[in-house]
Design a protein. Sequence first.
Length: 393
Amino acid sequence: MDEVTRRSAIAGAAGLLIVKPETAFGSQANSAVSFGVIGTGGRGVYVGGHMTRDPNARLAAICDIYPDRIDMAKTRLPTADKARVYRDYKELLAQPDIDAVLIATPVFLHPEHFEAAVQAKKHIYCEKPAGADVAGVKRLMAAAERADKSKTIAFGFQQRWSPEYLTAYRLFKEGRIGPISMMTSFWVLGNPPMESFKSPYPPEEQKLRHWALWTDYSGGPIVEQDCHGVDTLNWFAGSHPTRAIGTGGLRYKPAYGDWNTDHHNITYFYPNNIEGWLISIKHTAGYRDVREQFFGPKGMLETARTYYKLHGPTQSAPLRNADDLRDRSLIERGDSKREITIDAIEVFFQSIVEHKPYSMAKDAAESTLTAILGKMAYEKRREVTWDEMMRSA
C-alpha cells in the first residue's frame, strides 16, 4: 500500500481503460458485488451494515455458529432477513455466486478463515488484526502469497482510506513538515474498570463468546485495539520497525479474562533514525484520546478518525512570557465528512466492480506483527528485535 492513494487504488495504473460497473457486469442490476458475512457479532453487523448500504454491494449470505448471533443479524443487519444462513463458513465459501466475504470472527480465527477464503477465490475484507500471534500471522501471509492476483484483499485498517489521513500523508510526502524524526500514537480509551463479571452464556461457550478478553484469542489489547495506531506509524515510516522496547502492566486486576496490561508505553525504532511511540491506556471512564502525531523540522501533522491538522512555524510574534502557552501554529485543518470505515468499504467494492484489485495483506500482517513486537517487549522487559520476534514461531 506504499505510495497508494485512495484515488489511484480505484482508478488503477495510468493508461488502463476504466470501465463502468454496468459495462463490466453486463447490466446495472447485475453490477452489485454479492457478499457474505462470516461472523455476525457486533463488528460483523456494524461493518456489514455499512456494506449493505454501498451501491456496489448486495448481501447474499450470513454465517455464525451461534443461533442468537444469526437472529441478531437478521434484525440489525439491513437485508439480512432475506439472506441465506449458514452455520459452517466452509459452506458459505463454497457458494459460487458469492463474490466477496467479510471476515469478522474472533482474531485468532482470522488466519484460518482468510486461508479458506483465498482457497475459495473470493474477494476478502478481513477485520483487523491479521492474527493473534506470530504463527497465525505467518499462516495468513503464506495464504496471501497463494491468493488469486485478480482478487481484492482488504483489511479493517480504515485509516489508509480516509480522505483526511490521505491528505495528511500527501502533505508529508510533499515535504510540508520535512523528514519525520519522531511519531506518536495515542490509544487512550475505555470504560471504567470491570469490577465484576457474570456471563449469560454456558461455561463451554464463555471464552469464545468473550474472546476479546483472552490473550490467546485476541492477542490482548495492544494487538486487537492498538494495532490501528501502529499501522499508521508503519504507513508514514514506510516500513516496519527493526526493534522495540517498552513497559506495561495492570492498574486494575481483570474481573474476567487474562489481560496482562491495561497500559503500555512502547518505543519502536524504524529505519532512517525514526522513532515511534505507542502510548496506550485503558479504563479511562469516558475519556478518549485516539490520534497520531508526526514531527519534522518544519512542522507537525496530527491525524485522527475525525480530522487532520497541519502545524507549522508560529504565525504571530514570539510569546510574551514563558507562561503564555497558547498554540499559534495551526496552518490547516480538515474534518472528516463521515465514518472512515465507509471510505474503506467504498474503495473495496469499487475496486472489484472496476477490476482494479489491490492487496493489503503484507501491510496488515506487518502492522499486526509490529503490535506483537511491542507486546513481547513489555512482557520480556527488554529490547526485542524484529528478527527475534519472527523466529519465535
